[in-house]
Ligand binder design. Structure first.
Ligand SMILES: C[S@@+](CC[C@H](N)C(=O)[O-])C[C@H]1O[C@@H](n2cnc3c(N)ncnc32)[C@H](O)[C@@H]1O
Length: 275
């Protein structure tokens, strides 16, 4: 895990080195990763999402993928990029006793993750940090598993994402990517199943297994979460009527994403290995 000076410099605390243009770009990606169409929503996202702990990936599905296909154990070192409130990291630490480092660009989420891991007496195993995942991939090395859960294009396109994730793990190490494929690219543009497979082949990554959410009570979870968000959006509208349209637009965007995920987009979690 030796770090040269250049790397050490890149890994300084977030606000110490990102220039204004990069911060703006990251904020746009951050908003998009949480289905917000405007960066104006960023200050309100922690409030809107306060009732939801599992923000994207299913911790139990990831646990199952690892149990069924790897020798995952307490000796594993895990890097969870765009970890949100740490639901996956904390789950893996509690089930396997592995050590996890989680980074996220939203400081309130990082604070939640730290609080949750401390409450569960897992702070010895979990370390959470406010950081841009694009910075972390430049300095984190030698992990046994890297996770990118429901974070969309925060690391770039498919090739850029695989390349960046790949460099953080040892040869023979694992990657978990929670995302989706489209069954109708014209109607719902996204990567197709074949796009994923081609990108794995181009980037020296072997597909070990995958899990889809079909039959996995996706619709109930989505409906419940949407209800919670609508309620919080209504509260915000009372407090800030001048931003009513902003909050309504968030609720609409969430519903559109749910419709896509229950339509042409097939959510799935990949388990991959670095060749
Ligand atoms: C839908 S949430 C998924 C959270 C978590 N991975 C999970 O599955 O529960 C997407 C996360 O990506 C984070 N994010 C977006 N851009 C980021 C970046 N450049 N660096 C780190 N985190 C980022 C957001 O703050 C948010 O927590």
């Amino acid at each position: 895990m030796g770090m040269n000076e250049d790397m050490a410099d890149k890994c300084k605390p977030l606000n110490a080195h990102l220039d204004a243009e990069t911060i703006k770009k990251r904020e746009i990606e951050l908003a998009a990763s949480l289905t917000a169409e405007s960066t104006d929503l960023i200050p309100f996202l922690p409030y809107l999402l306060q009732d939801i702990y599992e923000l994207g990936s299913s911790p139990t599905d990831i646990e199952a993928l690892l149990r069924e296909n790897t020798d995952f154990g307490p000796w594993f070192r895990v890097l969870d990029l765009a970890c949100g409130k740490g639901a996956v990291s904390i789950h893996l630490a509690s089930k396997f006793g592995c050590s996890v480092r989680g980074v996220d660009f939203l400081q309130d989420f990082v604070n939640d993750a730290i609080r949750k891991s401390t409450e569960r007496f897992l702070d010895r195993l979990c370390r959470f940090e406010w950081q841009d995942a694009n910075v972390s991939v430049e300095c984190e090395r030698g992990y046994d598993l890297v996770i990118l859960g429901a974070a969309g294009n925060v690391l770039g396109d498919l090739d850029q994402t695989l390349h960046k994730l790949r460099q953080t793990i040892r040869r023979g190490g694992y990657m978990i990517i929670d995302d989706a494929y489209t069954t109708n690219q014209e109607r719902t543009p996204h990567y197709t199943w074949q796009d994923w497979l081609d990108a794995f082949a181009r980037n020296g990554v072997k597909c070990i297994a995958h899990k889809t959410f079909v039959g996995n009570n996706l619709e109930q979870v989505n409906a419940k979460n949407q209800q919670l968000i609508i309620q919080r959006a209504e509260e915000l509208k009372q407090r800030h009527p001048e931003f009513a349209e902003l909050f309504d637009s968030y609720v609409r965007a969430q519903q559109e994403e749910i419709d896509e995920l229950e339509g042409d987009l097939m959510p799935l979690t990949w388990l991959l290995m670095k060749e």
